[in-house]
Design a protein around this ligand. Structure first.
Ligand SMILES: NC(=O)c1ccc[n+]([C@@H]2O[C@H](COP(=O)([O-])OP(=O)(O)OC[C@H]3O[C@@H](n4cnc5c(N)ncnc54)[C@H](OP(=O)(O)O)[C@@H]3O)[C@@H](O)[C@H]2O)c1
Length: 181
């Protein structure tokens, strides 16, 4: 079972502006059937975990809830759920991961965002892979990609139209040099 952080980022390491805008991202060109694209990625995924701001962004901007996989939202607040969704709320990132792994039934768990939450999982040794599509834009400030110190091993890199797509393995103690899965 693999836990992924799959996200797009500005070249200077932000996944959204301070105001949670993704306008800079959606104006870029990306081939949905090209290297490291979302449709093939999400087929590996059996459960999702996300922070409250990512969840609220999806509710406000994402249209209908399209995820069939069970989703855990980390929050201290009471938030609504879209019709037909399988969304659970948690204040315990470790427990949410344990439950998501169980629900995923051998498929992957996707940490959708934000970077702080992905970092929390990396620090806890629960994050296995980081996939980042870098857009040709700098934002100067915003919501950080991965605001923790973590060693990564580059497993794959490809161009997808405007993006440099990268895939890294999170280096955990005792795993250096073991190569990709
Ligand atoms: N570029 C991309 O591909 C991409 C991908 C994903 C997300 N995004 C965007 O990036 C932004 C991410 O926002 P963000 O950096 O603020 O991160 P976030 O993780 O989405 O939201 C942070 C909030 O989640 C809650 N939270 C996080 N960890 C928690 C924990 N361990 N326990 C309890 N609650 C927890 C807290 O909210 P409360 O305390 O208020 O409940 C916290 O303030 C969003 O705008 C999202 O749309 C972009």
């Amino acid at each position: 079972m693999t836990t992924y952080f799959y996200t797009a980022s500005s070249l200077d390491g932000f996944i959204a502006t301070e105001e949670d805008s993704l306008e800079w991202l959606f104006k870029q060109d990306f081939d949905e059937e090209g290297p490291m694209a979302y449709p093939a990625f999400v087929e590996k995924i059996g459960a999702l975990i996300m922070g409250a701001n990512t969840y609220e962004w999806l509710l406000e901007n994402g249209g209908e809830w399209t995820y069939e996989q069970p989703t855990w939202v980390l929050t201290h607040r009471e938030l609504g759920t879209p019709e037909g969704s399988d969304v659970r709320f948690s204040q315990d990132a470790g427990l949410a991961h344990e439950q998501a792994v169980g629900a995923a039934q051998g498929q992957g768990v996707w940490i959708v965002g934000g970077g702080g939450l992905a970092g929390e999982y990396a620090r806890a040794g629960l994050l296995d892979e980081v996939w980042v599509q870098f857009a040709p834009v700098t934002l100067g400030s915003g919501k950080p990609l991965l605001p923790v110190a973590v060693d990564l091993e580059l497993v794959d890199v490809a161009r997808n139209r405007h993006f440099v797509c990268t895939r890294y393995r999170v280096v955990k103690p005792g795993t250096i040099g073991q190569g990709s899965k």
